[in-house]
Design a protein around this ligand. Sequence first.
Ligand code: SAM
Length: 288
Amino acid sequence: MVGTSGKSGSLFIVATPIGNLEDFSPRAQQVLSTVDLILAEDTRHSAKLLRYFGVNTSIESLHEHNERQKLPRLLQRLQQGENLALICDAGTPLISDPGYPLVAAVHEAKVPVLVIPGPNAAVAALSVSGLATDRFVFEGFLPAKAAARCSRLRALGDETRTLVFYESSHRIVESLSDMAATWGTDRRATVARELTKRYETVRQDSLGHLLAWVTQDPDQQRGEFVVLVEGVPVRDKQYISAEDERVLRCLLDELPHKQAVTLTSKITGTSKNALYHQSLRDQGRGLP
Ligand code: SAM
């Protein structure tokens, strides 16, 4: 949809540094200097950064408590041809930060959304973690309450991809402790602390050793954290998913029992043992 001028503006999603000001890209600075309005999570915090880089554009707050209420007016401004930029306190907007309702609504209004990519703690941590990077799952922050946190960790017990969590200094010890209790002290993990800052620390070890190290050293409990945990090796996956069962049933229709199990295991990565037991259960229930 376009405004009376015949041309809508654009919404720019602009990444800012996660610690080191030199990571603020020239393109990000140029876009922020030329848009009509910058939307920021915390205007006082962002004003300091913008002043430092000589950006004088007007700035307005946009956070989870006012985002929906401000939407109609912001859409109107875009449709009238103004360019807006969204930033967050640090890193990439919308990644555990405000902005999702705005971006969804701007798409709905057929107004262009453009990205000025840059720092993101999760991806930065993954790249130095020493854990598998071919497949990963971003979990953001774990629940603050212990019962909900443990229940979330149990639900992730069969995840084969590298798990990426954000964590704060208040809960780093509790979270590592719950992870070790739920997934075992031997599981490999990486704690990435204060990335790009003076006390940047990245350490890969078993969950048990990482927990002991962080617990014993109060300095390792300060700052901002990304915790990354290796997934369960595919060969150890013991549960049968709906997809495993579908493949197994199809192959059992066409092939001898043993061959169907072996092929399903090759296709899905689920252990032959688990599939074999499932196929016996199906036979016992008289399933085809
Ligand atoms: N949108 C941001 C991004 O792109 O990374 C993340 C915002 S989230 C509210 C803040 C969390 O990101 C922190 O609690 C921490 O878990 C992680 N984080 C941010 N900066 C970090 C840094 N320099 N080192 C390690 N973790 C960081």
